[in-house]
Structure formats: C-alpha cells, structure tokens
Write a new protein. Sequence first.
Length: 643
Amino acid sequence: LGNNSPSIAEMRDHNLIYAWTTGRCLDSGCSRYGYEIEYTILDPYGEAAREASKLTDYSAATLDTYDYDPVMAVAPDGRIGVLWRQHRYNQSNDKFNENIYFAVLGSGGAILVAPTNLTNNGVWGSYSDIGVPGFYNPRISAAGDNPFFIAAWSRSEYGPPSGNCTSYCAIEDIWYTVRDSNGVMVQGVSKLTNDSPGYEDGYRYPALATLAGDKTLLAWTRSGVHGDIYYVILNSWGSVVRGSQPLSTDSSADWGADAVALDDGRIVVAWNGTVPQNQGERGWTASFFNNENLSGTPVLVRTDPTINFNWFDDPPGPGVNPDHFSVRWQSTMTLAAGKYEITMGSDDGSRLWIDGQLVYDRWNDCCQYWNKSVDLSAGPHIFKMEMREIDGWSWAYLVWRRTPNQVIRYAVMDSNYNLIVGPTALDNPAARTGDGYVSVTKDQANRAILTWMDYDYSSRQNLYYALLRSNGTVQTQPMIFRSSQASQPYLVSSFEGSGSTSYSWTPPAGVDNRLTLEQSAYSGAVHGDAVIDIHYSGRGGQKATGVVLTATLDPRLAYRSDTTGVTPTVNGNMVTWNLPDVRLFDQHEFILQLQVTSGALGDQIPVHLALTSTQPDLNPDDNVASVAVRVDRPLYLPLALRQ
C-alpha cells in the first residue's frame, strides 16, 4: 500500500484506515524531493472503501520536504487523528528544520483539520549544532470516552556544556499534548521528562495505550546507562495521575515499547531488548587452592553467584594466598537451544569446559578477554572454569549471551497499573539477525497480539507473530506469518508501533459469496478472442460447498480456455465449472478466453455469469453478473524480422 512507514487503525464502523509515505520528485528535474502521506480506507474484507488520497502534497514546496512515520488513532466520535514528523532540508546551506504535525480526518476519510504544526520550531541548523532540535517517534492515542487525542514524541538536541559534559551534550526528552477531535488544544505542548545534558540519561521512544476510566498509559525508554522502560498514567486532559514507574530494571538495553489494554483491564507492554547475559546461572561451587595447579585439598569452598571478580592484589577469600593460588568453579545451567557468545577473561591464565569439552585453554596466557561462539542444545549443561594466579593483581570473568541478542520482551500490569508478569523474553530462533520493532494490539478473546520484523536493516526477510494470554503466558509461540523470497529482502512493518490493530468485526453467519468483473465490456474482433477477468470471493462466516460457476454465452461466442485450473463442462452455449469450496476472505481470480465467431462491428454480445453453492446465499444479488463483448476492428501491428 505504499513505500514507507505503514500504519493501520480500526475505525468505529470496523473499516480499516491505512496511511503510509510515498517519495517522489517535486519538480521535473528532480532537484527537489519529498515524502508525502497518503491514506486509504478498506472495508473488513480488505477491499477499497475509499480510493487512496494525499494527506500532504508538496507540489508547491520550494525545499526538500519529507514526512515520516505517520501514526493514527480513532476517537470515540469516529474521527481519526494523524500524527507525523516533518523534515525540511535546504540544499543551498545544508541546514534542516523539523516539526511534529497533526491532522484530523472524518469517519469517511475527508480532511476535517488540515495539517497543523504542533511544535512550531523555527530553528534551522545541522545535527551537530547546539539548540537545533530533531523530533522522533510520534505516537498518538484516543481517549476512552472523550473525543480527545493524546499525542507524544521525543525531542533531541545538543545543549551547551553543563556539569561534567564539556561538548556534544545531548538532551532527549518526551513531550506530549492533547487535542480534541476538532483540533482544539486541550493540553498544551508539555515536557514530561527532564533530561540533563550528557549521555548518562535520555528519554525516547514514547508509547501510548488507551485505558479504562478515561486514562492513558504513556511509556518510554530511559536510555543512557539504564536502557529500561518507564511509564506514567495520564487522564484524558493530560494530567499525570500516577507518576513515573519502572517496568524493567535489569538494564537490558530496552527500547521501543508498544502497549495495549485488554478487555479485563490488564495491560500488556512489549518492547525490544537484549538477551540478558548469563541466563540459567544458578550459582557456582568455588574451590580455592594455595597453589597454581589445583592440587591437594582446597583451602576454601564457597558458592559464588557469578564469576566477575577483581581482587587487585588482595586474597580472594579467607585462608587463600594473594598470589600463587588457583580456583575451580563448577555449575550446571539449564539453557535454551541456540548459539552462545562466551566471553572469558582472567589474570593470570584460565580455561573452560562445557559438558566435559574443552572450550578455552588459556592457562598460559594472561590479562585479557577471549570470545568464542558455541552451539548448545536445550537443557542442562555442566560448566567448569579454572583459573590460576601467579603474582600481582588478579581478576576473573565469565559471561555468556545467546545470539542474536535482540529479542522481544514483554510485561503485564493489572488494572491498578501494578506489574504482575515479567519482564519476559520471547524465544524466536527463526529470527537469525534478531527481533525488532514490535507492535501490540488485542483480539476479541482478551489476548494480546504481538507482531514485529527482523532487526537487521540489511536482511529483513520475515514478519513474526505471537499471541499472549492476559496472565502473561504464551498461547502461540513466535512464528513467521509472512516471508520474502527476494535475494535482498526488505519486508517491514511499522517502526512506530502501528503495524497492527484490533479487528472486532464479526462476519455474517452463513454463506455469502460474491461475483465481480473488472469491466462492463471487453473488446474482441470477429474470429479473434476476448479475454474476460472474473473474480469471486467469500464474505460469509460459513464455508460454501458445491460451488458452481455457470457462463451462458451468446451464439456468436465460443469457449476457448480459462485459468481456473478446473476443466469445465461445455454444453452448447453453457460453460459450467465445479469450483473448490469458498471460505471467508478467499479471493479467486481467473481469465476466461472466448472466441468471437460472428458479429457486426460495434455489436455488444452478452455473457451472463452465475455463482451458486449448496447452501443458500445471504446476498444472491451479487452472485450474478453480465458483461458484453464489443466487436471491434482487428488491430494489426507491424513486425520487422531480421535474418
């Protein structure tokens, strides 16, 4: 449906609105370029209810103008709020300007509130300039009962030197505003977070979810040294009614959350993160020896929770020498199947076995880290690490992490906004380069639907899906639901959490097949052929069996062939196909080729089509169609042959 940044939302009438950006040259010489937002409305069957239209049109723009990342929400009154970021670029001085824009569409798709600049930023500059803001990650949600939209985004810029930061002092914060469905301001543009200049912290990737009781969850990523997910609760007017709370605190480099409220009041939040290191670690039996070769009786035996020590020139424990000692750690870990990156380091030498197989032998080396990839099966594995210290400072280190390390993580909160499940990582071995950019919605059975894409920009081959119950258990493990066979695949969903939506429409009970034709008339010359495009589809909740298509031909027409894959019965002027069963959402198309045996120029020769099934059809009027074959002059094209 477009080139970039697809977004989807279910409307109040169960139609679906799609938006995307399309790039094009803005002048004949392509000296100016732009991305414009387009949108369309589809009915519940996926067929166009409104033709594609432009929300933004930069034909008259004098500068390169790019709209990115459109996101949408549907208010209780049926109106649709659209939010996006705009980037303008001046080629003559290599400067840019960015802002966040907002528009409102009616339930039929008409533009009710024209694109409106929410941030009113007039500053131009380059990315390295102080005080030149960039705007990212637009998100929007609708209030539960009021016709309000809550919009959020992240703003990033460099500030002047401050405190310990002497240059390139980054400031990243979450901003938000509330507008009603007429575009009128309810809550002005407000800063939610308060970043300090530097890289210790930063606030980005907002996420919004409409909650019961006219509340909204606003989550974000606290980056820098933390990499965790935080959230607040807002009311419909934009006031904070519950202050900042963490959802993840394990510094797993979490980012890019999306969220949904289920019908039982629980809230599912999903995000992108890294696989925690040392999964399965259960403590180590550590045996220390007052010699360098692990001989004799250990002078100290203890349990170490992990192997990450820096003893400097002190002894590692009571009764152990500060120099000329050795230690053996042993433990059994239960791991998931996969490839693991194992990092070992020590001063002085060390070695590592897994299940009796020597992985590292650095007994005669010193003072560095070593990395190796190892394939491990699911289940328990016996780890043994040995280390020796000659003299001077001593330290030991061992970590492992399954690769690829980008995963989808999630948590569940109760209706009082308390964390009750997680954070938990989904296991998706099919994602060879890692998982990224998750979107979350819900189904009618009180379950959360998670969809996402491959993490690696250079190889996005698959789209993935998982289904979670409201208690946090996984009903459907991660699976591929769409795959690209291209040599250089680039299959993407939304980068802003808008890649999926609810689908609450209920199909009609019974059989409802539909027969349609591409055109009302097709051309054919006498003794030539006419080619007719025929479509039929399933629109009812019940499977149609005994499906029969009949074509009644005028005597001036004769059956030649078709592409159904079914051999028809031809009896005089009647052609009959016994077709496969038709189910809900089935779409079939084939070509019927007829010969014009006689006729005068301009004749309209009729063909009548009828689609039937064993079961009665809910709408029999759309099971019949007629088309005309128009007798035209034959067209002769010159053909040059060279021997």
